[in-house]
Design a protein around this ligand. Structure first.
Ligand code: CO8
Length: 260
């Protein structure tokens, strides 16, 4: 029923495929994030759904990350509301009891990379035109501690140090080398490969797998849940600074130039 998120749940296998379809590039606006959260909540409550594959309906892009327009020229109240929704999306995904697989069928910078990182397993299309990574510093902004934690939990401290400071965007084969993605397959095989791996994960006794997942992720999740309000205040005061607004404006102009 929602326009930006299309969910196909296979009742026989208990696997849902969530298609992100917010043109042109699935940038995460407050509206889109809210729809994603509602869909996730429904699936989480549905006993018939045990596995979730997240993918994009947009050509060439998995998700362009947070919608830059939500962070530019907005009131502190609105920025706070936006950031709360970003936290909510991360919490829902990172703590999901479902097996979650990111079928990364396009570029996945910043918040898009974060979404993929919250999943249990990442499969990326083998197309050197695509890239994935936490490129925040390139925009003159700083990835929050829970973005950093999620990356570190995946690729380790040294790789994260380089990835975050340099704001690296990795091509699929390089992402595979550092462990940012788990598998790289031909473009038309991304979804079939995701179905194959979700079934492999679902073959493990469910309760044991869920408790193990929660054990692995609990301390990272607790760090945000016990600091949510401070994290919102921190974001709002950072993003509304004149110098940061200027950086964002410069970055948006750069995006437009690239196009021309
Ligand atoms: N937000 C808003 N609009 C966007 C975004 C975005 N993230 N990304 C792209 N767009 C817009 C473009 O400006 C363009 O608009 P228009 O058609 O009006 O000119 C349209 O979408 C299409 O974009 P492209 O022409 O660039 O499409 P391509 O297919 O050539 O490229 C890419 C797609 C690779 C996704 C490219 O658009 C890109 O690199 N986008 C920028 C991605 C990015 O750097 N995102 C970072 C967002 S910040 C974030 O997610 C975490 C922030 C943490 C905040 C912490 C602060 C404390």
């Amino acid at each position: 029923t929602s326009s930006k998120v299309k969910v196909d749940l296979d009742q026989n296998t208990g696997v849902a495929v969530m298609h992100m379809q917010s043109p042109p590039v699935n940038s995460l606006s407050l509206d889109f994030i809210t729809e994603l959260c509602i869909s996730l909540e429904k699936l989480e409550m549905d006993k018939g759904c045990r596995g979730l594959i997240i993918t994009s309906s947009q050509p060439k892009v998995f998700s362009a990350g947070l919608d830059i327009l939500e962070m530019y020229g907005k009131s502190p109240e609105r920025c706070g509301e936006f950031w709360k929704s970003v936290q909510e999306l991360w919490l829902k995904l990172y703590s999901s009891n479902m097996v979650t697989i990111a079928a990364v069928n396009g570029s996945s910078p910043a918040g898009g990379c974060l979404m993929a990182l919250t999943c249990d397993y990442r499969i990326m299309a083998d197309n050197p035109a695509y890239s994935i990574g936490l490129n925040e510093t390139q925009l003159g902004i700083v990835a929050p501690f829970w973005f950093k934690d999620t990356l570190m939990n995946t690729i380790g401290l040294r790789n994260s140090e380089m990835a975050l400071q340099l704001g690296l965007l990795y091509k699929p084969q390089d992402a595979l080398k550092v462990g940012l993605v788990d598998q790289v397959v031909p473009e038309d095989q991304v979804l079939p490969a995701a179905v194959k791996s979700v079934n492999k994960w679902l073959a493990v006794p469910e309760h044991a797998r869920q408790i193990t997942k929660s054990m692995m992720r609990k301390s990272t999740i607790d760090r945000l849940t016990s600091n949510r309000e401070a994290d919102i205040q921190n974001f709002v005061s950072f993003i509304t600074r004149e110098s940061i607004q200027k950086s964002l404006r410069g970055y948006m102009e750069l995006l437009k130039q690239k196009k021309a």
